[in-house]
Design a binder for this molecule. Structure first.
Ligand SMILES: [Ca+2]
Ligand SMILES: [Ca+2]
Length: 462
C-alpha cells in the first residue's frame, strides 16, 4: 500500500524536472475521515476537513460510516481516520482486510465502542452490543472508560507518532473537553503514550469529582497504542481527534500522523518494541505510590461498601473494594517522609470480624518478566486487625494468576516498612508467558484500622 504516497514523491520529482511545483500540489495522500454521530453533534466535518487541509495541505475525503464495510472503497485510500462509535461486524472485517493489505487505520476516541448487531447504522442499546472483543481483534485495545478528560500525558517510547515530543516526561494536556477514552491494551499492541484520566470537567476551578468508575476517581491508562496487522498498521488514539483544534501539541501530533514516513517508522518500531515498563516515583512500576495524588470526591450515598459520605479524598489510580459489612475508605492527612497523605481503611462494627476490605490497583502497562526479581515495599500501621497484607499478582497467558504476597501481623502495630523480594518463575517463560498487567493490593480483615503509604513495586538489579 502507500502507493498514493509514492505517487506524491514521483509527482514531486517530475515537478522538479519540469520546473513546476503544481503537480506536487495537485496530488495528495489519499486520506478518508469517518465521523461518529456523537462527533458530528459537536463539530462540522467540513470544518474539520478544511482545517486539516489548511494546516497540512491534505484534503481528506469524508466517508460515510457504511463505506467502512466496503473493502474496495477502503482500498482506494492510504489512510482511514475514524472515530465511528458504532461499527458493524462487516465493517470490522473490512477494516481488518484493509489494514492487513497494507492500510493505515487511525482509530480515535470512541471508535468501535459498539457493535451494530442489526446493521441498521443506528445505536440500539437493546439490540446492539458493546464491542470489546471485535475492537481488540482489530486495534489491539478496547475502551475501559469513555467521555473522560486527560490531566497529563507521557510519551513512553521514542516513536514516529511523537517524533517532536519529549519521551518519558509528563506534559500537561491542553484540552479538557471530555472526549477521551482510556484504553485497555492487549499483548498485540505497543503503548506509545499513557495518560492520567479524570472525569470530564475536572479542570474547572471548584470541580469536585464524582466517581469515575465505582470506587475509583482517576486512573492511569494507555492513551495511544499501535499494532501491526498483516502489512498494515492500526494506530489507536484515546482522544477523539476530530474534536480538537490542530494547534500546539495537536498540530505536531496531526502532522506526524499524516506524514507518510510515520507509517514506515511505526512498522519498524513495532518490529523491535521496547518492552521496558514505564516507572513512576521511586522507580515504582505502579503509579501514585505515595498516594499524594488525590481527588476530592463527593458522594451522597455509600458506594461499593464504602460508608464515607460527603466530600473526601480518593487516591488516583486506586480502587476500593470490600466484602461483607460496611467499611470506611479514604485518604487521610498524615505527614511523613513520603508526603502528606496516607491510605486508610477501617471497619468499626464488631460483627465485621471475618469481613474485609482492600485497595486495589490494576495497571496493564506493567510487564513483569520471567526470571527477573522485583521488590514490593509498603509502609503500614494497624489498630486491632485480625490479619492484613499486601501483594501483587500477575496474569499468565492461560488466564491464571500468580500471586506474590506479604503478610502483616495481627493486632496493632506502629508505622513499619514491610518488604518482599520475589522472582517471576522461569518455568512460566516462553513467548510472552505473562500477559501485560499487574494487580496490586493492600488490605485487611477486621474490624480495625489499616493505614498504608509508600506502596512501591520495583525491579531490582538482576
Ligand atoms: Ca443498530
Ligand atoms: Ca504519602
Amino acid at each position: 500500500m502507500f502507493r498514493h504516497f509514492l505517487h506524491i514523491a514521483a509527482a514531486a520529482w517530475i515537478a522538479m524536472l519540469i520546473g513546476s511545483h503544481s503537480a506536487a500540489q495537485e496530488v495528495g495522500p489519499k486520506v478518508a475521515f469517518v465521523f461518529s454521530n456523537r462527533t458530528t453533534k459537536a463539530v462540522k466535518p467540513e470544518t474539520v476537513v478544511a482545517r486539516i487541509d489548511e494546516a497540512f495541505g491534505v484534503k481528506p475525503t469524508l466517508l460515510d460510516r457504511k463505506s467502512q464495510a466496503d473493502v474496495e472503497t477502503l482500498r482506494t485510500y492510504d489512510m482511514v481516520v475514524s472515530d465511528a462509535e458504532l461499527v458493524g461486524p462487516s465493517a470490522f472485517e473490512a477494516l481488518g482486510t484493509f489494514v492487513t493489505g497494507g492500510g493505515y487505520l487511525v482509530a480515535t476516541g470512541w471508535f468501535g465502542r459498539w457493535l451494530d448487531v442489526d446493521g441498521d447504522g443506528a445505536l440500539d442499546p437493546k439490540v446492539d452490543k458493546l464491542a470489546p472483543n471485535a475492537s481488540r481483534r482489530l486495534t489491539g485495545c478496547d475502551i475501559r472508560n469513555d467521555g473522560l478528560a486527560v490531566l497529563k500525558m507521557r510519551v513512553l517510547t521514542r516513536n514516529p507518532v511523537f517524533r517532536d515530543f519529549h519521551v518519558n516526561e509528563w506534559i500537561p494536556y491542553p484540552v479538557q473537553v471530555g472526549s477521551s477514552c482510556s484504553l485497555a491494551i492487549g499483548d498485540e499492541a505497543l503503548a506509545l503514550a499513557e495518560a492520567r484520566y479524570q472525569p470530564a470537567g475536572a479542570g474547572r476551578p471548584g470541580f469536585t469529582y464524582s466517581y469515575l468508575a465505582p470506587r475509583l476517581s482517576a486512573r492511569y491508562d494507555c492513551h495511544v497504542a499501535a499494532r501491526k496487522l498483516g502489512q498494515g498498521v492500526v494506530l489507536r488514539v484515546g482522544e477523539s481527534l476530530f474534536r480538537i483544534e490542530p494547534k500546539g501539541m495537536f498540530e505536531a501530533f496531526w502532522r506526524n500522523v499524516l506524514e507518510p514516513e510515520t507509517f514506515r517508522g511505526l512498522i519498524a518500531a513495532l518490529d523491535t518494541p521496547d518492552e521496558r515498563s514505564p516507572t513512576y516515583e521511586h522507580k515504582s512500576l505502579l503509579p501514585n505510590p505515595d498516594f499524594e495524588e488525590v481527588c476530592p470526591t463527593k458522594t451522597d450515598k455509600a458506594s461499593g461498601g464504602n460508608r464515607v459520605k460527603g466530600t473526601f479524598l480518593m487516591p488516583a489510580g486506586w480502587y476500593f473494594n470490600s466484602w461483607r459489612y460496611d467499611h470506611y475508605a479514604r485518604i487521610e492527612k498524615c505527614a511523613n517522609a513520603f508526603g502528606d497523605h496516607v491510605l486508610l481503611q477501617s471497619a468499626d462494627d464488631p460483627a465485621a470480624a471475618g469481613a474485609g476490605a482492600n485497595w486495589v490497583l490494576f495497571h496493564d502497562l506493567v510487564n513483569l518478566r520471567p526470571g527477573r526479581t522485583y521488590r514490593l515495599t509498603v509502609l503500614a500501621k494497624a489498630e486491632g486487625i485480625t490479619r492484613g497484607g499486601a501483594g501483587v499478582q500477575v496474569r499468565r497467558r492461560n488466564g491464571e494468576w500468580v500471586r506474590f504476597d506479604l503478610a502483616f501481623p495481627a493486632g496493632s502495630f506502629e508505622w513499619r516498612t514491610f518488604e518482599k523480594n520475589f522472582t517471576v518463575p522461569m518455568d512460566a517463560a516462553g513467548d510472552k508467558a505473562f500477559r501485560r498487567g499487574v494487580l496490586a493490593r493492600v488490605g485487611f480483615v477486621g474490624p480495625g484500622k489499616l493505614y498504608a503509604d509508600h506502596f512501591v513495586l520495583e525491579e531490582i538489579e538482576n
